[in-house]
Design a protein around this ligand. Structure first.
Ligand SMILES: [Zn+2]
Length: 400
């Protein structure tokens, strides 16, 4: 009798030990362009339930520029765009004489180490149902399971795909998964952040969240940790607030990159001072900086592909060269992002829920570069030492 009791006790202890050695599971969900205050419109009951039982930050501050690829890659690497290399959604590689764009997967442009690579180096499998940088052309740089980006993939299929991965046998099952939805970005651009159409999009995202939660529950996966983020916010722009920079600099043969909230300019080297002076003289509703003088708080001067001069538009203003101007006049959108990342219109959301996180806990604005060290802490693995993020600024949201 006593022997049997000790045996049962030993078995219980062994199973507790084995269970506690299993790594946690985390799904990192991005709602593109979901501005922080969309949660305060009273149209997101399902997200509100998660907020009530999890951690909710006032907002998530993106890195500069507050654009999609730079910020998804900041979230997953813990680095500023000037250090992880994706200084915008597209930029000119002055060495290779080639354009980086959102469909380019050559790993040479993606610096830093994405969290899925850090995880897999430590024996934790990762998967991605879309994330910028998840399709790089070297296997070790990608999650083990990943989907090639398909904008038209129905939202519920994406969730079903994630559930399938989580039902894999223990040796094949990913413990870190990313998931992405573009809806609020598309509608925010087309109709603006204060339109009835964006409110419908916000409601759609809330229903998608409900489906994710119920799918996890139905499959007995309720111990999964969820982190909901967005890459940036959105602000209203207008046709009356476009500045033609190419016209201002006509005759100087400058090279222009980007348009809208920011622009990077490379003049012929002997004309740099002249062009810069001209921009400073006409500086209205935008600010011009030489690359090395971009204020420290933007963290946007290290990378050589940034170009010689950086222009940052005031909120709601759009900068254009002749080509961008034509595009803006033909197909004008009512919302944009990419502006000063300290302006709250550019801020996104941060909600975390699950056994690793405190419940009913509210905190102030968090920085998106701190999510990578947070993930490392959750999985008890070492972060890369060259990141810009800091665990100290975010660790307090975890359960003790
Ligand atoms: Zn975006």
């Amino acid at each position: 009798m006593r022997k049997k009791f000790i045996l049962i006790l030993a078995l219980i202890l062994i199973s507790i030990t084995v269970y506690s050695q299993q790594p946690p599971t985390v799904i990192l969900v991005s709602f593109d362009g979901f501005r922080w205050d969309y949660l305060h419109r009273g149209i997101t009951p399902n997200l509100q339930k998660i907020i009530d039982n999890g951690v909710h930050a006032l907002s998530l501050q993106p890195s500069f520029p507050s654009k999609t690829f730079p910020n998804h890659y900041s979230i997953i690497t813990g680095m500023y765009p000037q250090n992880h290399g994706l200084i915008s959604n597209s930029f000119y590689d002055h060495v290779e004489k080639d354009w980086y764009g959102m469909r380019r997967n050559e790993n040479e442009w993606y610096l830093g180490e994405p969290f899925w690579q850090t995880a897999q180096r430590n024996g934790i499998l990762a998967a991605s149902y879309f994330w910028p940088g998840s399709e790089q052309d070297i296997e070790s740089r990608r999650p083990k399971y990943f989907k090639a980006y398909n904008h038209d993939e129905p939202y519920l299929n994406r969730i079903d795909g994630v559930i399938e991965w989580l039902k894999y046998s223990e040796d094949k099952r990913p413990n870190f998964i990313t998931l992405y939805f573009h809806d609020t970005d598309s509608y925010g651009h087309e109709f603006g952040p204060n339109s009835p159409e964006i409110n419908e999009s916000i409601k759609r995202i809330d229903s998608v969240t409900a489906y994710l939660i119920s799918s996890l529950k139905d499959n007995k996966l309720s111990d999964v940790n969820l982190i909901f983020v967005s890459d940036h916010g959105m602000t209203e722009i207008s046709r009356e607030r476009i500045i033609n920079i190419e016209e201002m600099l006509s005759g100087y043969n400058c090279f222009f990159e980007d348009s809208g909230p920011l622009m990077r300019i490379t003049p012929p080297s002997e004309k740099l001072e002249e062009v810069f002076d001209l921009l400073k003289k006409n500086e209205k509703n935008f600010t011009a900086y030489k690359r090395k003088d971009v204020p420290k708080h933007f963290n946007y001067s290290n990378h050589p592909f940034i170009g010689d001069i950086v222009l940052i538009a005031e909120m709601g203003w759009s900068l254009a060269d002749n080509r961008a101007l034509k595009r803006m006049e033909r197909n004008y959108s009512k919302g944009d992002h990419g502006y000063d990342n300290h302006n709250t219109d550019m801020h996104g959301i941060f909600i975390a829920y699950g056994p690793k996180f405190k419940s009913s806990y509210k905190t102030g604005t968090l920085l998106n570069i701190d999510i990578y060290p947070l993930l490392c802490k959750i999985f008890e693995i070492d972060p890369r030492s060259n990141i810009d993020g800091s665990l100290d600024r975010i660790e307090f949201i975890l359960n003790d």
